[in-house]
Design a protein around this ligand. Structure first.
Ligand SMILES: C[S@@+](CC[C@H](N)C(=O)[O-])C[C@H]1O[C@@H](n2cnc3c(N)ncnc32)[C@H](O)[C@@H]1O
Length: 267
């Protein structure tokens, strides 16, 4: 079994998620402005069908569905999709929401074409091997109609190469009863960002979460990968620190934590 058949994230996203959810809380506040920027960058039109690849607990799927788009949220994690479904039902008990699909993004089991695709919070980049990322991009390209845009939000390797840092969260910051230490490391040789989290409770041994390892492409690398998958007109933009920009702006290697990429399918 290759590592991509039994990925680290399956354990991370299902085993210790009380803690990871708390981290999620840190970024949930950005989802509205990210949705604004997605609408702008993808030039979405009302009613368009949008594929949210690796949708997780549905932060963006839900907001975009509320704005009138027909959204398909795809994720491999049944637990996260159940959270997404429940979140929609809490907000709109009587309305049908996004369509939730449990599938591996390399082999998305989807009906019909989509006008746009988004992959947020580095949902593309989890595989060890770029051949898997290429497979995902080819599959997405096949499901996008009429030059439909693909929007990727990816960590900016130039930023992370020298913002590798360790953060300590005392009890109450993320978990009521635990110290949490999170450190990011940039593996320059593999072009990956590693995210290590350890939870120290008052009792018991430290709990070490599975390491999240993400492929962090430089702009020329992501352009080459997208081009190999048949995408064109690849544009790379930068975030405003951690925040989504309000308008497309050049990637700032030092200050943009995130890279926003737009590419057009040739289908
Ligand atoms: C960092 S989370 C981002 C979630 C969401 N896009 C957001 O911004 O909140 C990455 C997501 O990708 C999903 N994922 C990882 N590998 C996948 C695969 N092979 N197929 C489908 N989803 C996958 C994980 O379950 C997780 O929900």
């Amino acid at each position: 079994m290759s590592s991509s058949d039994s990925p680290w994230w399956a354990e991370r996203y299902s085993r210790l998620l009380a803690v990871d959810r708390a981290f999620g809380g840190e970024i949930d506040g950005l989802a509205e402005e990210q949705a604004d920027f997605i609408e702008r960058l993808a030039a979405l039109r009302p009613g368009e069908r949008i594929l949210d690849l690796g949708c997780g607990a549905g932060r963006h799927s839900i907001l975009l569905a509320e704005r009138g788009y027909r959204v398909v949220g795809l994720d491999l994690s049944a637990d996260l999709l159940a959270e997404a479904r429940a979140a929609w039902a809490r907000r709109h008990p009587d309305q049908p929401g996004p369509t939730w699909v449990q599938a591996d993004m390399r082999r998305p089991d989807l009906d019909g074409a989509h006008e746009a695709c988004i992959a947020m919070d580095h949902s593309l980049g989890m595989f060890d091997d770029d051949a898997d990322h290429l497979e995902v991009l080819v599959a997405v390209g096949d499901r996008l109609s009429g030059g439909g845009p693909l929007i990727l939000e990816l960590m900016n390797p130039y930023f992370w190469a020298h913002h590798a840092e360790t953060r300590h969260y005392p009890p109450g910051a993320l978990a009521a009863d635990a110290h949490i230490v999170r450190s990011y490391r940039f593996d320059a040789d593999r072009g990956r960002i590693e995210d290590h989290v350890t939870v120290f409770r008052t009792e018991g041994p430290p709990e070490v979460m599975p390491v999240q390892s993400l492929r962090a492409w430089t702009p020329p690398e992501i352009r080459a990968l997208l081009s190999a998958a048949g995408f064109q007109d690849v544009e790379v933009y930068g975030s405003d620190g951690w925040r989504a920009p309000t308008e497309p702006r050049p990637l700032d290697p030092v200050h943009s934590a995130w890279m926003w990429v737009r590419a057009r399918s040739t289908g």
